[in-house]
Design a protein around this ligand. Structure first.
Ligand code: ATP
Ligand code: MG
Length: 152
């Protein structure tokens, strides 16, 4: 679903780790309001792509633009993006929703606005996890519950 102006763009991005080419000539445009999923076999470069967008990995070639501005060499903390990592890097003592909203809280976004910002993608994903539940790495979550078990 595309809904507006391009907010994240990759142009001709290449990233190699030594002999391993993780990205080569990657072009991507993500529009405002659009939800995008990267799907592919292990090692095809999904995480590298996300890290290049977030600013954790600097590409060898190409451009990264956010809201039209060139950010290729801008550090992660100056990009105004939020990243929710995989289960092992979540805060186990916080709910799923609080993990998602953590970056916004650190940036001083008020509670109500944080809730609205997190609820929208949640509805779009039709996620069957409860946002008030504990993340999977929490001691409160059982290994049989996928992906999260709601707190009772
Ligand atoms: N820091 C690194 N140092 C060396 N090689 C790396 C590094 N990070 C990723 N790679 C290699 O780059 C390629 C792409 O890795 P990447 O993690 O982006 O793939 P992925 O699509 O996210 O895989 P997965 O589905 O397993 O998470 C792989 O061959 C991987 O081994
Ligand atoms: Mg990955």
């Amino acid at each position: 679903m595309s809904a507006g102006k391009t907010v994240v763009a990759l142009e001709g991005v290449r990233k190699a780790y030594g002999e391993t080419v993780a990205m080569d000539g990657v072009d991507l445009a993500i529009d405002e309001g659009e939800l995008l999923t990267l799907l592919g076999p292990s090692g095809c470069g999904k995480t590298t792509t996300l890290n290049v967008i977030a600013g954790f990995v600097v590409p060898d070639a190409g451009h990264v633009r956010i809201d039209g501005a060139e950010v290729t060499d801008r550090p992660a903390w100056q990009r105004g993006l939020g990243v929710v990592f995989q289960s092992y890097a979540l805060f186990p003592h916080m709910s799923v929703a609080d993990n998602v909203a953590f970056g916004l809280r650190e940036r001083g976004v008020a509670g109500r606005r944080r809730g609205i910002a997190c609820a929208r993608p949640w509805r779009s994903f039709a996620c069957r996890a409860s946002p008030t539940g504990a993340p999977r790495n929490s001691p409160a979550a059982s290994s049989s519950a996928w992906p999260w078990r709601a707190r009772s």
